[in-house]
Design a protein around this ligand. Sequence first.
Ligand SMILES: [Zn+2]
Length: 319
Amino acid sequence: MLPIADCHADTLSRLLLLEDDQMSLYLPQPKHHSDYPRMRAANLRLQIFSIFTMPYEAGHYGAVRSLQMMQIFREDIRKHPDLFALIESKADLAQAEQNPDKLYGLFSMEGASPLCGDLKMLEVFYRQGLRAIGLTWNHRNELGDGLGVGSNYGLTPFGREVVQRMNALGMVVDLAHINEAGFWEALELSKDPVIVSHANAKALCNHRRNLNDEQLKAIQAKNGFVGLCFAPSFLNNDASLASIDDAVRHVEYLCEQMGPDHVAFGSDYDGIEQVPRGLETVDRFPDLVERLRGLGYSEENLYKICFGNVLRVYQDILK
Ligand SMILES: [Zn+2]
């Protein structure tokens, strides 16, 4: 079975809502979309954990919550060093490529308001292992405006500083959720590839979070990737009908537009309320791969989409 890299799941923020002794990825969590036993069943090898805080948790409280989320995975690593590892460097990525026995995690902040508008906080989080940031969520923060604001403003001066400092530190800039003006400004400003960790094609499903063809081409030109998102409302204009068939259609379209080197997975498990038919939980990933194989995708291209593209971009950027 091919290894899977998933670029976006809110599993740690879900775990943070549980009692202390239940806050573990290792324990089965049947009410969640994802947990260690089911990740292993899918041969999921690299999980990029969203460090997500709600708008009402902005600023200092969000910083505390973010550190607590990161600590959940650190505790799992401490208790099960043979099963879990954190990716902080190119060398760690090489380990993940070679060693099928561990689940590798990587921390990515979704919405940068826990930085509290202070570049020093970027350094603090970097030292805690943060290696990617989605600059905004749907609302306005210190860096720019999310898609929910409805503005045409680009990045703030602080937002531009953060992108430049992220480039210098070797962190991945994620443009999911940012408004279009911010998308273009950050894409042009970043000297490294940029990604959209979880979104689909607007041509197939007209949701504000999906990307138009021009954006897809720009991500390709920048040598980044787009992670296919399983949110039903991003898959099908009638979310109630969303299924694995739509996921396949979006993969095909993304490959048509950008080529197989720029397509990945960003499920948003444990962050989405509804799930598409056929992709209800993390252990269904192999079904999606099997569907693509049935359409004639080569093993080489399947490997890239499942794992290789994420590895390549993070290898490019991390120190
Ligand atoms: Zn999101």
